[in-house]
Design a protein around this ligand. Structure first.
Ligand SMILES: Nc1ncnc2c1ncn2[C@@H]1O[C@H](COP(=O)(O)OP(=O)(O)OP(=O)(O)O)[C@@H](O)[C@H]1O
Ligand SMILES: [Mg+2]
Length: 233
């Protein structure tokens, strides 16, 4: 298996000095291409800090992070944002859609930022929305859609340019159980199509749907197991 994420002895300290918080404490972790991983831990355990690190949204205080062989720990903000755009699709708990834009426009927006031309943008955004079953909702705005539909728009936005990694932070945290199942089904399909999926969650019901489960506690990895109950759909 090819290595995609290599984290070596990473620590993250907030407020160095008297009131310092060691949010990640000497974490080492390797994730290969085409893995399906859940990272689970209680509130304050360091999940979001780790997600920000994995997503190149923050740099470690010490230690190294290599993403696809690139040393992210010493990159400038611009270099980080380049690698983020190329490698990672983000899915957030709160969907993070722009309320004044339609579903299609929301999916197109990051493509505009990346300089994709109008015709290609249209093609990619339409294909992504179709792939999450929203062909009939393209001109709807977020407040005209259910939570599950909004999260599907967010997934379409994340996958439009086919990044190899999907990084999801509590993707079902704001959804009822039927919508959660629907979203997890889509996420599993995206994994089976060849993407690497990393889900951050505090919910054991979500974590046990992944193939590998990493438990984090007090900024340290407590366990890292292959899920014996994993089921292909
Ligand atoms: N910007 C910050 N400044 C200072 N301390 C922080 C900051 N961000 C997080 N922390 C602290 O770092 C630790 C880990 O926080 P983190 O947000 O990673 O936890 P989490 O597992 O995502 O929690 P939750 O499930 O509540 O979202 C906590 O003790 C938190 O208080
Ligand atoms: Mg968090």
């Amino acid at each position: 298996m090819k290595k995609l994420v290599v984290i070596k002895d990473v620590s993250k300290i907030y407020n160095p000095g008297e009131n310092e918080v060691r949010a990640l404490n000497h974490v080492s972790l390797t994730i290969g291409e085409r893995e399906f991983v859940a990272i689970i831990g209680q509130s304050g355990s360091g999940k979001s800090t780790l997600m920000n690190m994995l997503g190149c949204l923050d740099t470690p205080t010490s230690g190294k992070y290599y993403l696809h062989g690139h040393d992210v720990s010493h990159m400038t903000d611009d270099e980080q944002s380049d690698i983020r755009n190329k490698e990672i699709g983000f899915i957030f708990q709160g969907f993070n859609l722009i309320q004044s834009l339609t579903a299609l426009e929301n999916v197109e927006l990051p493509l505009i930022y990346r300089g994709v031309g109008k015709k290609e943008r249209d093609r990619l955004a339409n294909a992504a929305l179709n792939s999450v079953g929203l062909e009939k909702r393209k001109t709807h705005k977020p407040n005209e859609m259910s939570g599950g539909q909004q999260q599907r728009v967010a997934i379409a936005r994340a996958i439009a340019q086919a990044p190899p990694i999907l990084l999801a932070d509590e993707p079902t945290g704001n959804l009822d159980s039927a919508s959660s199942r629907e979203i997890m089904k889509i996420i599993k399909r995206l994994y089976s199509e060849g993407r690497t999926v990393i889900i951050i969650t505090h919910d054991p019901g979500i974590a046990k749907q992944a193939k590998r489960i990493i438990t984090i506690s007090d900024g340290m990895i407590q366990s890292d197991i292959i899920n014996p109950d994993y089921k292909e759909d």
